[in-house]
Design a protein around this ligand. Structure first.
Ligand code: PLP
Length: 389
């Protein structure tokens, strides 16, 4: 009856929604699908965090509207967490904003900072939702290719000078979804100097900040000198504490960006359910052993997967962080054709790289979100395919 607004029609198609539909159609037909396509953590939230939610839910004060912009003690906990983990100083009131999940913050920021027609630099391949906020802000994009030969870091020399002049905002994401790359100090330092030179605000998406392999702890963008002058980092509890359904994250860093987000959110929400804020407080301030154990679990899964794939003759590189492996598809297939072929023949779902951008073509993404024996079973099924014989 009612037509959608032009703004809504401009939103890009939600790539994962179509992947889920396809996978479900195979499950409904009775196939035992090994779903390596999505990015949903399979482990439960640690029990001490659940307990904290239960206790807080019993407290009537948590049933009211919580204060605009959230509980002060939670913002203090975020600041202390950054000090402890990264030796970064944050003022809890002016440099920390509470978000309804990282995704909300990533979509809100372009709306908060851009006028129609302004330009945003976006990694390609990349997390598709960066494009959603850009579409809502009616802004333009300049894609930054992430090439394997440059360890999936953008090469700023490839971006034309006039595009750098126009750019107002840039998204980065390390450890990276979908490539599994992690960033170097030198790259972040180069980003800060580029940003200062061209007055570009940097949004570093640190969703996989807690997942680094081979003893490499991923760097926070804010560890670099001058980072707070030019950008913010988005830190979500979804992956670090297996709290994806809880919708709690933070934007930290530049105070003018934090204040723009806060102002916008004042008009959309009041704040998160108080009991969820209390549980987030517990997650950040209690023992971090659960985070170390989860990192080790993903590393074991990564090792099983990469070793197995190389053994069947699919030569692939190991990711350095995040919980994704990014694999070159065998010759003769597009990424969509290859993932359709796997789903149809051996009932394994992988995300086609083309869903992450033009430079994702030629790759598929696997999530390390399945038990080791299921990953091994996936390898055994792949081994039977004629292309690996
Ligand atoms: N950024 C990246 C790169 C992601 O992969 C995800 C989730 O999959 C998010 C952000 C959003 O996380 P959330 O909205 O659960 O905080």
């Amino acid at each position: 009856k009612y037509e959608q607004s032009q703004l809504l029609k401009n939103l890009p198609e939600q790539f994962f929604a179509s992947l889920v539909t396809k996978v479900n159609s195979y499950i409904e037909k009775g196939h035992d699908v090994i779903n390596l396509g999505q990015g949903n953590p399979d482990q439960p939230t640690p029990s001490h965090i659940i307990k904290s939610l239960q206790v807080a839910a019993e407290q009537p004060t948590n049933h009211k509207y919580s204060p605009f912009r959230g509980y002060s003690h939670l913002k203090k906990a975020v600041s202390q967490f950054y000090k402890k983990e990264y030796d970064v100083d944050l003022d809890p009131e002016s440099e920390v904003a509470i978000l309804f999940g990282g995704k909300a913050g990533l979509v809100e920021i372009p709306v908060c900072l851009l006028n129609p027609g302004e330009t945003v630099m976006v990694p390609d391949p990349g997390y598709p939702d960066y494009l959603s906020g850009i579409a809502l802000a009616k802004a333009e994009t300049v894609m930054m290719p992430l090439r394997e030969e440059n360890n999936f870091l953008p090469n700023y020399k490839e971006i034309e000078e006039h595009e750098l002049e126009k750019a107002k905002l840039m998204f980065l994401n390390y450890p990276n979804n979908p490539t599994g790359a992690i960033a170097t100090k030198e790259f972040f330092a180069e980003t800060i100097s580029l940003s200062k030179q061209h007055d570009i605000c940097v949004v570093h998406d640190f969703a996989y900040g807690a997942i680094g392999f081979d003893q490499k702890k991923p760097l926070s963008f804010l560890q670099l000198e001058g980072a707070k002058d030019i950008g913010v980092e988005i830190y979500t509890l979804s992956k670090t504490f297996n709290m994806a359904g809880w919708r709690v994250a933070f934007a930290v860093g530049n105070s003018s960006v934090v204040s723009a987000i806060n102002l916008y959110q004042d008009h959309l929400y009041v704040s998160l359910f108080g009991a969820i804020q209390e549980a987030a407080y517990t997650a950040l301030t209690d023992s971090q052993n659960c985070v170390r154990e989860m990192n080790e679990l993903y590393e074991r899964r990564r090792n099983v997967l990469i070793k197995g794939l190389n053994e069947i003759g699919w030569k692939v590189n190991a990711p350095e962080g995040s919980f994704f492996a990014w694999l070159k598809v065998p010759d003769g297939f597009t990424s969509q054709e290859f993932s359709d072929y796997l789903l149809e023949t051996v009932h394994i779902a992988m995300a086609p790289g083309s869903g992450f951008g033009q430079f994702g073509e030629g790759y598929v993404r696997i999530g390390l979100l399945t038990e080791e024996d299921r990953l091994q079973e996936a390898i055994d099924r792949l081994k039977e395919l004629p292309i690996f014989n």
